[in-house]
Design a protein. Structure first.
Length: 322
């Protein structure tokens, strides 16, 4: 079955980001005061989900979230087409603090109170289970939360910055300069040889038996296609010739844009760098299916473009043991 590259889990969206209104005076205050506005709660890379066993974002009425908004970061995610058109905000709640809310211990903040007792899911784990509308909202929310957490100070002068543009920028109060969310381009590639075998690698920091497609960041002044060839050569000593682009997918952990390729190998001798990649192997389709079924190989999560590249080469879904 051909891969639908337009429906990669974290690339899907049905939301109008409504960028034109972000700089309107009191935009966030207006949206928080509107009865129809809904608020998505974000905590690190996790999202609040509706109760039960399903996978749908829990969108809180703005009136319920408003008391927490004065002490928490709020971002305008735009307008979702759901329910005839709904404005959606993201509210970033702090990580859980042990003991908060217990008698005799510090009382929870409004944001902590809003987060208490909710069901949470990591975007990495549930991204492919969300529908397209929720996936787009969740990916943007996690990306913005990660950027704000890493950019509290001006990179030029070191002074504190404050959120502006409805959460889509930060301004240095000392220099008056605005800074915008950073996105780091990275290439990820299914390397295939003349015998149609797939090259998968094991990174040094991964769990045992985890194998995936090779990947790496694009360097300064480098084309993505050149980065594919360089990364494969550096990590495995395999020479790549023809490179074919497939699709891109945001990967906000914390700020990558994954550029997916198929790369045609011109050599097959593998020598890993033993720094980033400690093992790399060529797999046939039958061999990979057998290794996955037996639990000898763990594949990347289904929310990743790596999984899509592998299953495009395989020709269908690879089922893992339960």
């Amino acid at each position: 079955m051909p891969t639908d590259w337009s429906s990669l889990p974290l690339s899907r969206t049905g939301t109008d980001r409504a960028a034109a209104r972000r700089t309107e005076p009191r935009n966030l205050a207006r949206l928080l005061a509107a009865p129809s506005t809904r608020v998505l709660l974000v905590r690190g890379g996790e999202l609040a989900l509706e109760p039960g066993a399903g996978h749908r974002l829990a969108l809180v009425p703005a009136a319920e979230a408003a008391p927490a908004a004065g002490q928490a970061l709020v971002c305008d995610l735009g307008r979702s087409p759901r329910d005839g058109g709904t404005d959606v905000l993201a509210l970033v709640v702090p990580a859980s603090r042990p003991g908060v809310g217990i008698e005799g211990v510090e009382a929870p903040t409004p944001a902590e109170g809003l987060a208490a007792g909710r069901r949470w899911g990591a975007l990495r784990d549930v991204g492919h289970l969300l529908d397209g509308h929720d996936a787009g909202l969740a990916t943007a929310a996690v990306a913005l939360a990660a950027w704000h957490a890493r950019a509290p100070r001006c990179p030029s002068c070191g002074e504190p910055t404050v959120p502006v543009a409805s959460g889509w920028a930060r301004r240095c109060e000392d220099e008056g300069v605005e800074h915008y969310p950073r996105t780091d381009p990275a290439v990820i590639m299914a390397v295939v040889d003349a015998d149609d075998r797939l090259l998968l690698g094991h990174a040094a920091h991964w769990p045992e038996r985890r194998f995936s497609t090779l990947a790496g960041f694009v360097e300064a002044g480098e084309a993505a296609e050149a980065a594919v060839r360089r990364e494969v050569l550096e990590e495995t000593a395999v020479v790549v010739g023809r490179v074919e682009f497939r699709a891109s997918q945001p990967w906000p952990f914390p700020a990558s844009l994954m550029l997916g390729f198929v790369a045609r190998a011109e050599t097959t001798t593998v020598t890993t760098d033993d720094v980033e990649v400690t093992d790399a192997r060529w797999f046939t389709r039958a061999g990979l299916a057998a290794d996955v079924a037996a639990g000898r190989v763990l594949l990347p999560m289904r929310s990743s473009i790596a999984r899509a590249l592998i299953e495009e080469w395989f020709g269908g879904e690879l089922d893992e043991p339960v």
